[in-house]
Design a protein around this ligand. Structure first.
Ligand code: ARG
Length: 556
């Protein structure tokens, strides 16, 4: 919580003895700068006959709080019993010049964000792109909460599908190293189709996977080459997006951990015997099944995606580098049930509370053209979204922009367009929207930044001995402290929503544009104060954009 809200909350807590109330920044500055509902929610339990009566008492006791006095200029009661607080200019100015201010929500805590997680020998899908962009932003936001954050790319590099790849590579004597990921995927898809028609192929694939598990040299080599080919393609995407992984522990990393986990689940009776010798985890309450069972061991004795996810968590709880207070999974919405099964099983096993695991799900992204590709689960080719964006950016934005900068701006537009909405929603990607110079977009925000930078360029910015802010300066200064004090970051982290950062940056940019339309900065009598605010604004936009993984351009 921002220092200010913390201070007010504590003051109220000690005077009112009520919990579960909020202290929020007000949208409308005629209602002060912060407001609390403490009397509305607490008057009954505190023994008052009306919220107003309680509000009066709270206000009275706050009047004697000397710490509050340095921060708040006025406290008033509004409506049926809300309490509004007005900030002192001195305080606003102090915070804006304080380099050490910021969010401390998760100070001392550890967070692991798992994201991207593409599958080896399959193309990097738009879903993986969404996961990468959102996951990376969450990683950055949580870093800004004071937490120690690490990330993990949970690659899909194991499973019976590799049996098919090995089988087809051996059958056709393919040179994996000369193939692209798309080639590999095509071979896999074709083999999969043939398998349903041709007897014996399924057994071949099974046998190949069995050999892989046993460490057979040929199988192993094909698998390793597939991983290498895929990773070199994926790494190019990560480089382009500016994403780096501290850990890339694929599913294969947990192969040897699984027997012990299966044993434990059986012993604890968390897993029960299912049909044909399979082992499953059931989810029942009062004798009723509230979720379908999850498969721990298949009837042929092989493990599953679910088993590997359990093993992953065991490792994440055991290994110091991976251990965290909070584990965030940025994974497509279609895996909601799967992850719920995993997290609940972890709790059943007594390893950890399920609340420590959060699934941030993303929906589907499509292009307005509709089905660009007929391939299942892959509605758009990634290249259409990222690789062609440079030309599109120039055309649609229609701004004069240097060659090196246009790529940055177009990438920023793709990221911003993704992050500005609630991740769970499906959406249609429209270039005109992503690159709009007028709307809630990266170019709009970047332009405000460039404008601000231009004003303060080579000027002497001095935060000392500022006069009190006046007129529209006041609104701008208060909006800035919302970020500087860490409230914006806190809200984004608490709701797992980079969208909060986007909305803030958009509103701030709008406010600045309006301010600049109405107020001269250079050469005005109030130049010193205004320069200070504009410089701060540029800094805040830059920092905010970085939380989205966006590196703003300096000229446009
Ligand atoms: N590789 C999976 C896929 O592409 C995503 C992995 C999600 N993470 C997990 N822990 N299961 O569908």
């Amino acid at each position: 919580m921002g220092k200010l809200r913390q201070l007010i909350t504590q003051a109220i807590c000690s005077s009112a003895g009520v919990e579960n109330f909020t202290v929020e920044r007000t949208q409308d500055s005629s209602k002060g700068d912060l407001a609390t509902n403490v009397a509305m929610v607490g008057y009954k339990s505190a023994g008052f006959s009306s919220p107003r009566e309680m509000a009066e008492r709270v206000v009275e006791s706050l009047r004697d709080n000397s710490e509050l006095e340095t921060v708040i200029s006025k406290i008033e009661i509004a409506g049926p019993g809300f309490i509004n607080f007005y900030l002192k200019q001195e305080y606003v100015k102090k915070v804006l010049s304080d380099e050490s201010a910021g969010c401390e929500l998760m100070k001392g805590k550890r967070v692991l964000v798992e994201y991207s997680s593409p599958n080896i020998a399959k193309r990097f899908s738009v879903g993986h792109l969404r996961s990468t962009i959102i996951g990376n932003s969450l990683e950055r936001i949580f870093k800004a909460t004071g937490a120690r954050v690490t990330n993990d790319n949970h690659l899909g590099d194991w499973g019976t599908q590799f049996g098919m790849i090995i089988a087809v590579v051996e059958e056709k004597d393919l040179d994996v190293e000369k193939m692209s990921v798309a080639d590999l995927e095509n071979e896999y898809v074709e083999f999969n189709k043939r398998m349903t028609e041709t007897p014996g192929l399924r057994e071949k694939a099974k046998e190949a996977f069995w050999r892989l598990e046993k460490g057979d040299a040929s199988a192993r080599k094909i698998w390793e080459q597939s991983v290498a080919v895929s990773m070199s393609e994926f790494d190019k995407i990560y480089k382009r997006l500016g994403v780096e992984f501290e850990h890339s522990l694929g599913e294969s990393a947990y192969e040897t951990d699984m027997p012990a986990i299966i044993k434990e689940a059986k012993k604890n009776k968390v897993a029960v015997e299912g049909e044909n010798g399979a082992w499953v985890v059931k989810f029942e309450k009062d004798g009723k099944e509230y979720m379908p069972p999850a498969m721990l061991v298949k009837s042929d004795g092989t493990t599953t995606y679910f088993t590997r996810d359990l093993a992953t968590i065991r490792r994440r709880l055991d290994e110091d580098e991976l251990r965290a207070d909070l584990y965030i999974y940025e994974v497509g919405g279609e895996q909601r049930l799967h992850l719920r099964q995993v997290f609940e099983t972890v709790e059943k096993l007594g390893w950890a509370k399920k609340e420590r695991f959060v699934h941030v799900a993303h929906g589907l992204l499509t292009l307005p053209e509709g089905k660009m590709s007929t391939r299942k689960g892959n509605t758009i080719k990634l290249e259409d979204l990222l690789w062609k964006s440079k030309d599109e950016a120039r055309r649609v934005a229609g701004v004069e922009i240097a060659d090196e900068e246009i790529e940055k701006l177009s990438l920023a537009s793709v990221k911003y367009n993704e992050l500005k909405r609630s991740p769970g929603l499906d959406y249609v990607f429209v270039w005109d929207e992503a690159l709009s110079m007028e709307g809630n977009s990266a170019p709009y925000i970047n332009y405000a930044y460039v404008r601000a930078k231009k004003i303060v360029a080579e000027k002497n910015i001095d935060g000392k001995k500022l006069r009190d802010f006046e007129g529209e300066e006041i609104g701008l200064s208060k909006m800035l402290i919302e970020f500087v004090e860490g409230d914006v970051v806190e809200r984004a982290a608490k709701t797992y929503a980079p969208q909060v950062i986007c909305n803030y940056l958009f509103e701030l940019s709008k406010k600045f544009n309006a301010f600049y339309d109405h107020n001269r900065v250079l050469g005005d009598d109030r130049e010193k104060e205004r320069l200070f605010l504009v410089a701060k604004l540029a800094e805040v936009i830059k920092q905010g954009a970085l939380l989205l993984g966006i590196d703003l351009v300096e000229k446009m």
